[in-house]
Design a protein around this ligand. Structure first.
Ligand code: NAG
Ligand code: NAG
Ligand code: NAG
Ligand code: NAG
Ligand code: NAG
Ligand code: NAG
Length: 458
């Protein structure tokens, strides 16, 4: 009898004591949670009461601004925000878990939701009325923003741009330069200076250590001028130029500022098909000066860093502009009315010149099929980056707003990777100067490293 009682007591202890412990733990956790929520809630009302995604606001002085990129979802009545929200909903794997399993019809499964979200939104009365109020070039953009499969008019002669001869290694860098039919002078200056292709020698090093180099290729990205508007027909000249240099990639859309984004998406598509092995892409304007030797050395250093393989997935470097406000000055080239887009821009690298990895290019190509075109091309790249959860790296040697200091010194151009903006004549002169001062300036560091030292001294 006593033994039986004893056994029951053991069972009780075994079962009940964990229950009591769990109950106590639960009460403790609840109290802590309640207390924590109370304190954070009361403190956050005094500061910011919204979520700020890391990487968007690099500089804390932006923080007091009431908006973040994510907040755009609240601005449903702005045209772009609205049409993108419908597309985002469609591609959301949580809301629509079965959508991505389709498989067979890959291209249509992407394009269809973008087109459908567009026609759904454009048919709404309130947005129709909005549309009529938009400035003319914005109307031209909106009425074509669901189209992006324009035919290719001229292709480069190599598989992946000009300069493919006798390569013993995959090319390090493809120079993809935005230009227009009219800018022949700029193209020619680039071909003769920083845009030379084939085997290109990197930064001159101390001669006893020898010097590295890499294979470079080049392609110019063009739309079409309308012969009616220009009065002359330049197509034939461009054909001749393409036969001579083999570096022209032209599509059949009107070459306007708001159509520049098409050059990104169509270039990514072409790159993904033709340039599998290329390690990096430089994408920039035809009025910039690029220190190609330094660029080669800089990129080779990136490849030697530990975890380079992993980092290349997201690698983009340039002059990063964080949390910019859309331009609301109605006579500006960059004017975006708030009936079209509301909220901040995501962090983006200035379109004057930016470098990203070939791997990232292919990922951008994929994700761009889920993002509606935006009239400002570099902002559009930022919007694609944020959907890849990738963040561009800022480098002070990309001077897309020219030198901040007035006086240029002897070695100034040896310390930069890119400067905007320079005329064709200046490019030729700068290139000659760069070669002349090679021996005096061979060991100056890029702007970045110098400024780090400055900071440490203070
Ligand atoms: C943020 O940028 C402003 C100017 O735009 C500058 O004065 C300030 O020092 C920067 N703050 C930080 C923390 O970098
Ligand atoms: C060049 O390199 C050699 C050895 O690597 C070194 O002794 C010499 O000082 C270097 N020259 C300069 C100018 O740094
Ligand atoms: C422009 O010239 C090209 C080649 O000479 C020709 O094929 C094309 O039809 C011309 N376009 C116009 C609008 O005249
Ligand atoms: C973009 O190109 C298309 C095709 O040529 C043209 O119809 C449209 O008007 C252009 N968009 C803008 C904003 O110029
Ligand atoms: C541009 O803005 C100014 C004032 O900000 C206004 O007076 C003008 O009517 C606007 N122009 C257009 C075309 O909207
Ligand atoms: C792009 O998407 C295709 C099809 O969805 C996939 O097979 C491929 O791996 C993706 N490429 C990259 C680089 O993400």
């Amino acid at each position: 009898m006593a033994r039986c009682y004893c056994r029951w007591r053991n069972v009780l202890i075994c079962v009940c004591s964990p229950c009591i412990c769990l109950a106590l733990l639960f009460i403790y956790a609840s109290v802590m949670l309640y207390w924590h929520m109370n304190t954070t809630a009361s403190s956050s009302t005094t500061e910011t009461n919204h979520f700020v995604a890391s990487g968007i606001l690099r500089n804390s002085s932006f923080a007091p601004l009431p908006k973040t990129f994510w907040e755009l979802h609240l601005h449903g009545d702005a045209f772009w925000n609205h049409v993108q929200r419908v597309a985002d909903w469609h591609f959301n794997p949580i809301l629509r878990p079965n959508h991505n399993k389709g498989g067979s019809d890959k291209s249509t499964s992407y394009e269809f939701p973008l087109r459908r979200s567009f026609s759904e939104v454009i048919d709404q009365d309130s947005l129709r009325r909005n549309f009529d109020k938009l400035p003319q070039q914005m109307q031209a953009f909106v009425s074509h923003m669901h189209l992006r499969d324009y035919p290719t008019l001229i292709q480069p002669d190599g598989v992946c741009g000009a300069g493919a001869k006798e390569e013993k290694k995959p090319p390090l860098l493809l120079l993809a330069i935005k230009t227009t039919e009219l800018d022949f002078k700029n193209r020619q200056a680039i071909r003769q200076t920083w845009g030379q292709v084939g085997w290109v020698v990197g930064q001159k090093r101390n001669s006893s250590r020898g010097e590295g180099g890499a294979y470079i290729r080049r392609v110019f990205l063009l739309g079409k001028e309308s012969p009616e508007e220009m009065g002359v027909n330049l197509s034939e000249l461009l054909q001749i130029e393409s036969k001579r240099y083999g570096d022209i990639l032209q599509w059949d859309f009107k070459d306007t500022f708001f159509n520049l984004t098409l050059k990104d998406v169509l270039f990514w598509s072409w790159f993904s098909r033709s340039c599998g092995q290329t390690r990096f892409v430089f994408k920039g304007d035809d009025d910039v000066f690029v220190n190609t030797p330094k660029m080669i050395t800089y990129l080779q250093e990136q490849l030697k860093k530990p975890k380079a393989r992993k980092n290349m997935k997201d690698f983009m470097v340039g002059d990063v502009i964080g949390a910019a406000i859309p331009n609301r000055v109605n006579n500006s080239k960059y004017f975006i009315p708030d009936s079209f887009y509301r909220g901040l821009y995501p962090a983006y690298a200035g379109g004057g010149g930016v470098v990203y990895s070939g791997q990232l290019t292919k990922r951008l190509h994929n994700v761009s099929k889920r993002v509606h075109l935006f009239p400002i091309d570099d902002v559009y790249v930022g919007m694609c980056m944020i959907r890849l959860n990738a963040h561009p790296i800022h480098h002070p040697a990309f001077l897309t707003f020219d030198f901040p200091e007035k006086k240029e010194e002897l070695c100034s151009y040896h310390r930069v990777l890119l400067v905007h903006k320079r005329s064709p004549q200046q490019l030729v002169k700068l290139w000659a100067d760069l070669n002349k001062t090679q021996t005096q300036c061979w060991d100056v560091p890029l702007r970045d490293e110098d400024e780090m030292k400055e900071k440490r001294r203070h």
